[in-house]
Design a protein around this ligand. Structure first.
Ligand SMILES: [Zn+2]
Length: 407
Protein backbone atom coordinates (compact mmCIF):
# COMPACT_ATOMS: atom_id res chain seq x y z
CA UNK A 1 0.00 0.00 0.00
CA UNK A 2 1.29 3.41 -0.89
CA UNK A 3 0.61 6.55 1.06
CA UNK A 4 -0.99 9.59 -0.50
CA UNK A 5 2.23 11.57 -0.46
CA UNK A 6 4.42 8.99 -2.21
CA UNK A 7 1.68 8.45 -4.77
CA UNK A 8 1.42 12.14 -5.57
CA UNK A 9 5.19 12.60 -5.64
CA UNK A 10 5.37 10.25 -8.61
CA UNK A 11 2.71 12.04 -10.61
CA UNK A 12 3.11 14.87 -13.11
CA UNK A 13 2.07 18.14 -11.47
CA UNK A 14 0.06 19.02 -14.58
CA UNK A 15 -1.71 15.93 -15.88
CA UNK A 16 -1.42 13.82 -12.68
CA UNK A 17 -0.25 10.84 -14.72
CA UNK A 18 2.82 8.83 -13.66
CA UNK A 19 6.08 9.66 -15.54
CA UNK A 20 8.42 9.20 -17.30
CA UNK A 21 9.51 12.68 -16.35
CA UNK A 22 11.74 15.12 -18.12
CA UNK A 23 13.43 18.31 -16.99
CA UNK A 24 11.31 21.37 -17.49
CA UNK A 25 12.65 24.93 -17.68
CA UNK A 26 10.81 26.96 -15.02
CA UNK A 27 10.91 29.91 -17.39
CA UNK A 28 10.82 28.97 -21.06
CA UNK A 29 14.27 28.79 -22.62
CA UNK A 30 12.93 30.72 -25.59
CA UNK A 31 12.24 33.64 -23.28
CA UNK A 32 15.79 33.64 -21.96
CA UNK A 33 15.20 31.32 -19.00
CA UNK A 34 17.85 28.73 -19.89
CA UNK A 35 19.32 28.89 -16.37
CA UNK A 36 20.32 25.56 -14.79
CA UNK A 37 19.25 26.78 -11.33
CA UNK A 38 15.68 27.17 -12.55
CA UNK A 39 14.68 23.68 -13.62
CA UNK A 40 11.86 21.40 -12.44
CA UNK A 41 13.14 17.87 -11.97
CA UNK A 42 10.75 14.88 -11.69
CA UNK A 43 7.71 17.14 -11.67
CA UNK A 44 6.61 17.40 -15.28
CA UNK A 45 6.07 14.32 -17.43
CA UNK A 46 7.69 13.91 -20.82
CA UNK A 47 4.34 14.01 -22.58
CA UNK A 48 3.30 17.37 -21.05
CA UNK A 49 6.77 18.78 -21.54
CA UNK A 50 7.31 17.76 -25.14
CA UNK A 51 3.91 17.20 -26.72
CA UNK A 52 2.02 20.00 -25.02
CA UNK A 53 4.39 22.69 -23.76
CA UNK A 54 6.91 22.37 -26.55
CA UNK A 55 4.27 23.04 -29.19
CA UNK A 56 2.59 25.71 -27.11
CA UNK A 57 5.83 27.62 -26.63
CA UNK A 58 6.75 27.33 -30.26
CA UNK A 59 3.38 28.75 -31.21
CA UNK A 60 3.62 31.55 -28.67
CA UNK A 61 7.23 32.48 -29.29
CA UNK A 62 7.45 32.08 -33.02
CA UNK A 63 4.00 32.71 -34.39
CA UNK A 64 2.37 35.40 -32.29
CA UNK A 65 2.72 39.16 -32.13
CA UNK A 66 5.25 38.57 -29.36
CA UNK A 67 7.49 36.90 -31.93
CA UNK A 68 7.89 40.19 -33.72
CA UNK A 69 9.16 42.03 -30.67
CA UNK A 70 11.28 39.08 -29.68
CA UNK A 71 13.02 38.90 -33.02
CA UNK A 72 14.04 42.51 -32.81
CA UNK A 73 14.92 42.88 -29.17
CA UNK A 74 16.50 39.60 -28.21
CA UNK A 75 19.90 38.98 -29.77
CA UNK A 76 19.70 35.21 -29.64
CA UNK A 77 17.27 32.47 -28.78
CA UNK A 78 18.00 29.50 -26.59
CA UNK A 79 21.63 29.35 -25.60
CA UNK A 80 23.15 26.52 -27.60
CA UNK A 81 26.75 27.67 -27.41
CA UNK A 82 28.24 27.87 -30.87
CA UNK A 83 24.94 26.96 -32.47
CA UNK A 84 23.00 29.84 -30.98
CA UNK A 85 20.91 31.49 -33.63
CA UNK A 86 18.91 34.67 -33.79
CA UNK A 87 15.25 34.10 -32.97
CA UNK A 88 13.21 34.12 -36.12
CA UNK A 89 9.72 35.03 -37.12
CA UNK A 90 7.87 32.17 -38.69
CA UNK A 91 5.95 34.14 -41.24
CA UNK A 92 5.06 33.27 -44.78
CA UNK A 93 5.08 36.92 -45.74
CA UNK A 94 5.19 40.38 -44.32
CA UNK A 95 2.41 42.39 -45.82
CA UNK A 96 0.32 45.30 -44.70
CA UNK A 97 -3.36 45.30 -45.44
CA UNK A 98 -4.50 48.51 -47.09
CA UNK A 99 -7.71 49.86 -48.53
CA UNK A 100 -6.72 49.36 -52.18
CA UNK A 101 -7.05 45.60 -51.92
CA UNK A 102 -3.38 45.06 -52.77
CA UNK A 103 -1.32 44.25 -49.71
CA UNK A 104 1.83 46.32 -49.18
CA UNK A 105 5.21 44.87 -48.38
CA UNK A 106 6.40 45.94 -44.95
CA UNK A 107 9.29 45.20 -42.70
CA UNK A 108 9.86 45.79 -39.03
CA UNK A 109 12.24 48.43 -37.80
CA UNK A 110 13.54 48.95 -34.28
CA UNK A 111 11.03 48.04 -31.56
CA UNK A 112 9.02 46.11 -34.14
CA UNK A 113 7.63 49.29 -35.68
CA UNK A 114 6.15 48.37 -39.06
CA UNK A 115 7.70 50.29 -41.95
CA UNK A 116 6.07 50.33 -45.36
CA UNK A 117 8.80 49.61 -47.89
CA UNK A 118 8.93 51.86 -50.96
CA UNK A 119 7.32 49.89 -53.77
CA UNK A 120 5.63 49.97 -57.16
CA UNK A 121 3.03 47.38 -58.07
CA UNK A 122 1.51 46.36 -61.37
CA UNK A 123 -2.22 46.57 -60.81
CA UNK A 124 -3.51 46.35 -64.38
CA UNK A 125 -2.39 46.18 -67.99
CA UNK A 126 -1.34 49.82 -67.92
CA UNK A 127 -1.76 50.80 -64.33
CA UNK A 128 0.44 50.68 -61.30
CA UNK A 129 0.32 51.92 -57.75
CA UNK A 130 3.05 53.24 -55.54
CA UNK A 131 3.50 53.17 -51.79
CA UNK A 132 6.14 54.39 -49.38
CA UNK A 133 6.40 55.56 -45.80
CA UNK A 134 6.33 59.15 -47.05
CA UNK A 135 6.77 61.36 -50.13
CA UNK A 136 10.54 61.70 -49.64
CA UNK A 137 11.01 57.95 -49.44
CA UNK A 138 8.95 57.51 -52.60
CA UNK A 139 10.91 60.17 -54.49
CA UNK A 140 14.22 58.67 -53.46
CA UNK A 141 13.08 55.16 -54.48
CA UNK A 142 11.91 56.30 -57.92
CA UNK A 143 15.22 58.11 -58.44
CA UNK A 144 17.11 54.93 -57.55
CA UNK A 145 15.04 52.91 -60.01
CA UNK A 146 15.45 55.48 -62.71
CA UNK A 147 19.25 55.28 -62.34
CA UNK A 148 19.06 51.48 -62.40
CA UNK A 149 16.99 51.40 -65.59
CA UNK A 150 19.17 53.96 -67.39
CA UNK A 151 21.78 51.28 -67.78
CA UNK A 152 21.40 49.06 -70.79
CA UNK A 153 22.37 46.11 -68.70
CA UNK A 154 20.97 44.88 -65.41
CA UNK A 155 22.30 42.03 -63.32
CA UNK A 156 19.53 40.06 -61.69
CA UNK A 157 20.26 37.73 -58.78
CA UNK A 158 18.19 34.69 -57.95
CA UNK A 159 18.84 32.68 -54.82
CA UNK A 160 18.59 28.93 -55.33
CA UNK A 161 17.63 26.14 -52.98
CA UNK A 162 20.02 24.78 -50.34
CA UNK A 163 20.54 21.64 -52.46
CA UNK A 164 22.75 23.68 -54.82
CA UNK A 165 26.35 24.30 -53.94
CA UNK A 166 26.37 27.38 -56.17
CA UNK A 167 23.52 29.18 -54.43
CA UNK A 168 23.19 32.20 -56.70
CA UNK A 169 22.19 32.60 -60.29
CA UNK A 170 23.43 35.83 -61.86
CA UNK A 171 21.32 36.78 -64.87
CA UNK A 172 22.36 39.49 -67.28
CA UNK A 173 19.46 41.36 -68.85
CA UNK A 174 20.15 43.60 -71.81
CA UNK A 175 17.84 46.42 -72.81
CA UNK A 176 17.33 47.50 -76.37
CA UNK A 177 14.32 49.32 -77.86
CA UNK A 178 12.72 49.44 -74.41
CA UNK A 179 12.74 45.69 -74.11
CA UNK A 180 14.75 43.58 -71.73
CA UNK A 181 16.21 40.34 -73.05
CA UNK A 182 17.75 37.54 -71.03
CA UNK A 183 21.32 37.52 -72.33
CA UNK A 184 23.17 35.03 -70.17
CA UNK A 185 23.25 33.50 -66.74
CA UNK A 186 25.83 31.85 -64.54
CA UNK A 187 25.82 30.08 -61.19
CA UNK A 188 27.98 31.36 -58.37
CA UNK A 189 28.76 30.56 -54.75
CA UNK A 190 28.44 34.22 -53.75
CA UNK A 191 26.00 36.78 -55.05
CA UNK A 192 27.30 39.56 -57.33
CA UNK A 193 28.11 42.74 -55.42
CA UNK A 194 25.26 44.69 -56.96
CA UNK A 195 22.11 43.70 -58.72
CA UNK A 196 18.38 43.34 -58.65
CA UNK A 197 17.19 40.47 -56.48
CA UNK A 198 14.48 38.25 -57.98
CA UNK A 199 11.77 36.65 -55.86
CA UNK A 200 8.50 34.89 -56.59
CA UNK A 201 5.22 35.50 -54.81
CA UNK A 202 4.35 32.51 -52.70
CA UNK A 203 1.73 30.57 -54.63
CA UNK A 204 0.21 29.22 -51.45
CA UNK A 205 -1.03 32.70 -50.56
CA UNK A 206 -4.41 31.89 -52.11
CA UNK A 207 -7.16 34.32 -51.27
CA UNK A 208 -4.89 37.35 -51.33
CA UNK A 209 -4.91 39.76 -54.20
CA UNK A 210 -1.46 39.34 -55.66
CA UNK A 211 -0.12 41.96 -58.06
CA UNK A 212 1.47 40.73 -61.31
CA UNK A 213 4.76 42.10 -60.00
CA UNK A 214 6.14 44.41 -57.33
CA UNK A 215 9.46 46.19 -57.22
CA UNK A 216 10.52 47.27 -53.77
CA UNK A 217 13.46 48.46 -51.72
CA UNK A 218 14.33 46.63 -48.54
CA UNK A 219 15.48 48.34 -45.35
CA UNK A 220 19.07 47.37 -46.20
CA UNK A 221 18.79 49.22 -49.52
CA UNK A 222 18.55 46.12 -51.73
CA UNK A 223 16.09 46.26 -54.63
CA UNK A 224 13.81 43.26 -55.07
CA UNK A 225 11.59 42.35 -57.99
CA UNK A 226 8.79 40.00 -56.98
CA UNK A 227 6.77 38.42 -59.73
CA UNK A 228 3.64 36.30 -59.79
CA UNK A 229 1.77 36.10 -63.11
CA UNK A 230 4.28 37.97 -65.25
CA UNK A 231 7.79 37.20 -66.49
CA UNK A 232 10.82 39.02 -65.16
CA UNK A 233 11.43 40.56 -68.61
CA UNK A 234 7.87 41.90 -68.91
CA UNK A 235 7.97 43.25 -65.36
CA UNK A 236 11.25 45.04 -66.05
CA UNK A 237 9.81 46.55 -69.27
CA UNK A 238 6.78 47.73 -67.37
CA UNK A 239 8.63 49.28 -64.44
CA UNK A 240 11.24 50.93 -66.66
CA UNK A 241 8.52 52.74 -68.53
CA UNK A 242 6.53 53.43 -65.33
CA UNK A 243 9.57 55.13 -63.82
CA UNK A 244 10.10 57.25 -66.93
CA UNK A 245 6.52 58.44 -66.81
CA UNK A 246 6.33 58.75 -63.08
CA UNK A 247 4.43 61.77 -61.93
CA UNK A 248 4.33 62.52 -58.25
CA UNK A 249 1.04 64.39 -58.60
CA UNK A 250 -0.85 61.38 -59.88
CA UNK A 251 0.60 58.99 -57.34
CA UNK A 252 -0.97 58.88 -53.96
CA UNK A 253 1.22 58.18 -50.99
CA UNK A 254 -0.86 56.41 -48.46
CA UNK A 255 -1.34 57.57 -44.97
CA UNK A 256 0.42 54.99 -42.86
CA UNK A 257 -0.86 56.10 -39.47
CA UNK A 258 -2.08 53.12 -37.49
CA UNK A 259 -1.39 50.48 -40.12
CA UNK A 260 -2.86 47.03 -39.84
CA UNK A 261 -0.03 44.60 -40.21
CA UNK A 262 -0.53 41.10 -41.45
CA UNK A 263 2.59 39.04 -41.18
CA UNK A 264 0.89 35.95 -42.51
CA UNK A 265 1.00 34.11 -39.24
CA UNK A 266 -1.64 31.99 -37.69
CA UNK A 267 -2.42 33.50 -34.34
CA UNK A 268 -4.09 31.17 -31.91
CA UNK A 269 -6.14 32.93 -29.29
CA UNK A 270 -4.93 32.47 -25.76
CA UNK A 271 -1.62 30.78 -26.51
CA UNK A 272 0.50 33.46 -24.87
CA UNK A 273 -1.71 33.46 -21.77
CA UNK A 274 -1.33 29.69 -21.50
CA UNK A 275 2.45 29.97 -21.63
CA UNK A 276 2.45 32.72 -18.98
CA UNK A 277 0.13 30.69 -16.73
CA UNK A 278 2.40 27.64 -17.10
CA UNK A 279 5.43 29.71 -16.13
CA UNK A 280 3.42 30.89 -13.11
CA UNK A 281 2.67 27.33 -11.98
CA UNK A 282 6.30 26.33 -12.63
CA UNK A 283 7.53 29.24 -10.50
CA UNK A 284 5.19 28.28 -7.66
CA UNK A 285 6.33 24.64 -7.87
CA UNK A 286 9.97 25.71 -7.88
CA UNK A 287 9.55 28.11 -4.96
CA UNK A 288 6.95 26.39 -2.79
CA UNK A 289 7.33 22.77 -3.81
CA UNK A 290 5.15 20.26 -5.63
CA UNK A 291 2.64 19.82 -2.80
CA UNK A 292 1.58 23.43 -3.05
CA UNK A 293 0.69 23.28 -6.74
CA UNK A 294 -1.08 19.93 -6.43
CA UNK A 295 -3.79 21.69 -4.38
CA UNK A 296 -7.15 21.12 -6.15
CA UNK A 297 -7.49 24.91 -6.40
CA UNK A 298 -5.01 24.80 -9.28
CA UNK A 299 -6.91 22.16 -11.32
CA UNK A 300 -8.84 24.74 -13.27
CA UNK A 301 -5.78 26.63 -14.53
CA UNK A 302 -3.95 23.37 -15.36
CA UNK A 303 -6.82 22.29 -17.60
CA UNK A 304 -6.65 25.65 -19.36
CA UNK A 305 -2.89 25.38 -19.78
CA UNK A 306 -3.06 21.81 -21.13
CA UNK A 307 -6.08 22.14 -23.40
CA UNK A 308 -6.76 25.84 -23.95
CA UNK A 309 -10.30 25.33 -22.75
CA UNK A 310 -11.57 27.26 -20.83
CA UNK A 311 -9.45 30.26 -21.79
CA UNK A 312 -7.00 31.53 -19.19
CA UNK A 313 -8.43 34.54 -17.35
CA UNK A 314 -6.20 37.54 -17.86
CA UNK A 315 -5.47 40.63 -19.89
CA UNK A 316 -3.21 43.61 -20.28
CA UNK A 317 -2.19 45.31 -17.05
CA UNK A 318 -3.89 48.68 -16.78
CA UNK A 319 -2.84 49.71 -13.28
CA UNK A 320 -0.35 52.56 -13.82
CA UNK A 321 1.54 51.99 -10.59
CA UNK A 322 2.23 48.36 -11.49
CA UNK A 323 3.11 49.27 -15.06
CA UNK A 324 5.59 51.87 -13.77
CA UNK A 325 7.06 49.38 -11.34
CA UNK A 326 7.64 46.84 -14.12
CA UNK A 327 8.82 49.36 -16.70
CA UNK A 328 11.53 50.39 -14.24
CA UNK A 329 13.16 46.95 -14.58
CA UNK A 330 16.69 46.96 -15.98
CA UNK A 331 17.11 46.82 -19.78
CA UNK A 332 17.02 43.37 -21.46
CA UNK A 333 15.06 41.83 -18.62
CA UNK A 334 11.66 40.21 -18.44
CA UNK A 335 9.89 40.42 -15.12
CA UNK A 336 7.51 37.85 -13.68
CA UNK A 337 5.59 39.11 -10.69
CA UNK A 338 3.69 36.62 -8.53
CA UNK A 339 1.17 38.18 -6.20
CA UNK A 340 -1.74 37.08 -4.02
CA UNK A 341 -4.88 38.67 -2.67
CA UNK A 342 -6.58 37.40 0.45
CA UNK A 343 -9.83 35.49 0.12
CA UNK A 344 -12.31 34.34 2.79
CA UNK A 345 -11.34 31.52 5.16
CA UNK A 346 -7.62 32.21 5.08
CA UNK A 347 -7.31 31.35 1.42
CA UNK A 348 -5.73 33.43 -1.32
CA UNK A 349 -6.13 34.14 -5.02
CA UNK A 350 -2.89 34.10 -7.00
CA UNK A 351 -2.14 36.12 -10.08
CA UNK A 352 0.96 36.45 -12.16
CA UNK A 353 2.04 39.39 -14.25
CA UNK A 354 4.50 38.81 -17.07
CA UNK A 355 6.33 41.85 -18.35
CA UNK A 356 7.72 40.70 -21.69
CA UNK A 357 9.53 43.07 -24.03
CA UNK A 358 7.90 46.02 -22.34
CA UNK A 359 4.33 44.73 -22.34
CA UNK A 360 2.67 43.67 -19.07
CA UNK A 361 0.03 40.92 -19.14
CA UNK A 362 -1.66 39.38 -16.12
CA UNK A 363 -3.16 35.91 -15.71
CA UNK A 364 -5.08 34.40 -12.83
CA UNK A 365 -3.55 31.18 -11.53
CA UNK A 366 -6.05 30.27 -8.81
CA UNK A 367 -8.94 31.68 -6.82
CA UNK A 368 -9.01 29.66 -3.59
CA UNK A 369 -5.73 28.12 -2.57
CA UNK A 370 -3.82 28.07 0.75
CA UNK A 371 -1.70 31.02 1.83
CA UNK A 372 1.90 30.38 0.63
CA UNK A 373 4.18 29.29 3.48
CA UNK A 374 7.09 31.43 2.21
CA UNK A 375 7.30 35.23 1.71
CA UNK A 376 5.09 36.68 -0.99
CA UNK A 377 4.88 38.53 -3.41
CA UNK A 378 7.85 37.59 -5.56
CA UNK A 379 9.68 39.04 -8.51
CA UNK A 380 11.69 37.05 -11.02
CA UNK A 381 13.98 39.02 -13.28
CA UNK A 382 15.05 37.22 -16.44
CA UNK A 383 18.12 38.57 -18.18
CA UNK A 384 17.22 37.34 -21.65
CA UNK A 385 20.59 38.27 -23.11
CA UNK A 386 22.66 36.25 -20.64
CA UNK A 387 20.01 33.65 -19.72
CA UNK A 388 20.12 34.36 -15.99
CA UNK A 389 17.15 34.28 -13.66
CA UNK A 390 17.12 36.24 -10.40
CA UNK A 391 14.51 35.84 -7.67
CA UNK A 392 13.73 38.91 -5.55
CA UNK A 393 11.34 39.83 -2.79
CA UNK A 394 9.24 42.94 -3.22
CA UNK A 395 11.69 44.85 -0.98
CA UNK A 396 14.71 43.70 -2.98
CA UNK A 397 13.04 44.61 -6.23
CA UNK A 398 12.00 48.00 -4.86
CA UNK A 399 15.48 48.72 -3.50
CA UNK A 400 16.79 48.84 -7.03
CA UNK A 401 14.21 51.49 -7.88
CA UNK A 402 14.49 54.01 -5.02
CA UNK A 403 13.21 56.98 -6.96
CA UNK A 404 9.87 55.29 -7.47
CA UNK A 405 9.28 54.67 -3.79
CA UNK A 406 10.20 58.12 -2.52
CA UNK A 407 6.99 59.49 -3.94
ZN1 LIG B 1 2.01 15.48 -17.48
Amino acid sequence: MTTQSTASSSLCIYCEEPGPFSKEHVISAGLGGDDKRFMLVDMVCKRCNTDVFGKLELAALRSSPLAISRAFLQPHGRDRGKHTTAPGIQARRKLMVNASGYPDEVDFGPHAKPIVLPQLKITGEKSFSSTAAGPDELRSFVTTLSTLFQDHQITCIRKRGPEHELRYEAITMLRSDNTFIHAESSFQAKPPRAGLWLERYDETDAGDVTPAATILQKLNGGIVLKTSSTTVEDALDFFASAVEQFSYESQVTRDTEGPIVSVGMTATIGVMERVIAKIGINLLAHYLGRDYVTDPGFRHIKTSILTGNPLVTGGLVENNRIKQLLNAAPANHHVFYLNRTRQPEGQVAITMIAHLYGVAQWVRLALNVPEPHLPFPLFFLVDYVNHKVKQQSEAEYAEALPEMWDK
